[in-house]
Design a protein around this ligand. Structure first.
Ligand code: BGC
Length: 379
């Protein structure tokens, strides 16, 4: 049975700056990508040139019938050198926000999506002496351009960040949550503090953060989930909303995560669209704040898989909504085929991007999703 959602429900798609903009040269990850013997197999380079082509991308989103766009502002562009603010970068992002508003697209803006300025990392990052203060100051710098933005994400997937960050210099990061060690608790605590400090910097602007939900199942779920996920969900209890991001599940056996045996997605994760419903229910069981699905999607070269996965995930979301869970929107990951943290091989996009000409090609799944959005009902 289709589940009607209010007209205000956000039907959209998401990106992050480093993955789509191109030439994020002052960032820590750019330095790692380009260092001799980099552990990352491929570089972001020009990425999708979204920094210059965002108007075209917003037009595509609007023409599909979608009404929301989650994107990020890049700290390394706004503050490439400590304390030196790029007015031009702030103006750029303000134009993007206005570009959304003028097209009837609700902007959802992320302040930090995995990458930091290289200087921040060199100075000790989140656990550096001034780490929390520096992030709070950055949030204060961005605040004046956020007029009209109803949803601001301080930090994307702090739990992933805490699990991956420590390994980035040494190994290629593996974003399969179950494969990662528990976060360094000092980093986790600093991220929680930075989040709360940034929320204060943002004043009356509605803010929250987005947690990577890993849908742990099997044995010792609570012990496993607390350091990797639940402490970050619980830290959102006084926020204006929480972002739920879900892709797959992690099944735990007595010796930890059990490799998936069934159908897999293009990047090796289990094809498990039920992750979204489980993640939304899990989040709602821990905190009573509105939920925005800020990421959900699939890496695949077969677009029919994307439609199948997304349809099933949205049906699960519909069941959660029908049960009264306060979900305000769904932002598919991703609008564009983009730089998947070290590789271009795994495509999550509703829209393909030619790596040489930057030409955009809208995939059938995007048309299907846009048509669904226009019905105003979850399947
Ligand atoms: C991240 C995205 C990433 C996606 C797929 C999330 O962990 O926020 O940046 O591309 O998952 O791996």
């Amino acid at each position: 049975m289709p589940v009607p959602v209010p007209r205000s429900f956000l039907w959209g798609a998401a990106t992050s700056p480093h993955q789509v903009e191109g030439n994020n040269t002052a960032s820590d990850l750019w330095a790692i990508e380009n260092m001799p013997g980099s552990p990352l197999p491929e570089r972001s380079g020009d990425a999708c040139d979204h920094y210059h082509r965002w108007r075209e991308d917003l037009d595509i989103l609007r023409d599909l019938g979608l009404n929301a766009y989650r994107f990020g502002v890049e700290w390394a562009r706004i503050e490439p050198v400590p304390g030196q603010i790029s007015r031009a970068a702030l103006d750029h992002y303000r134009r993007m926000i206005e570009g959304c508003l003028s097209r009837g697209i609700t902007p959802v803006v992320t302040l930090h999506h995995f990458t930091s300025p290289a200087w921040f990392r060199h100075g000790g990052g989140w656990t550096g002496a001034d780490g929390v203060k520096q992030f709070a100051a950055y949030a204060r710098t961005v605040r004046p351009i956020l007029d009209g933005v109803p949803w601001v994400v301080t930090i994307n997937e702090p739990n992933m960040l805490a699990m991956v960050a420590a390994r980035l210099d040494r190994d290629a990061p593996d974003l399969v949550a179950g494969a990662l060690p528990p976060p360094d608790q000092q980093v986790a605590s600093a991220l929680i503090e930075a989040h709360h400090a940034a929320r204060s910097s943002l004043g009356s602007i509605a803010s929250g953060w987005t947690v990577a939900n890993q849908t742990f199942q099997g044995v010792s779920v609570d012990e496993w989930a607390w350091p990797r996920e639940d402490q970050f969900i619980d830290a959102a209890r006084d926020d204006d909303f929480i972002g739920v991001q879900a892709y797959t599940r992690v099944v735990l056996g007595p010796d930890g995560p059990v490799p998936p045996s069934g159908r897999r997605t293009g990047n090796g994760w289990e094809f498990y669209p039920g992750a979204l419903e489980a993640a939304v229910r899990h989040t709602a069981s821990r905190v009573s704040v509105p939920i925005l699905v800020t990421e959900n999607g699939i890496a695949t070269s077969d677009d029919a898989d994307r439609q199948e996965y997304t349809g099933l995930a949205l049906a699960g979301l519909g069941r959660a909504v029908a049960d009264g869970i306060d979900v305000r929107g769904y932002l598919h990951w991703s609008l564009l085929d983009n730089y998947e943290w070290g590789s271009w091989a795994h495509t999550f996009g509703l829209v393909a991007v030619d790596r040489t000409t930057f030409r955009r090609t809208v995939k059938p799944s995007a048309h299907w999703y846009g048509a669904l959005a226009r019905t105003g009902e979850l399947p």
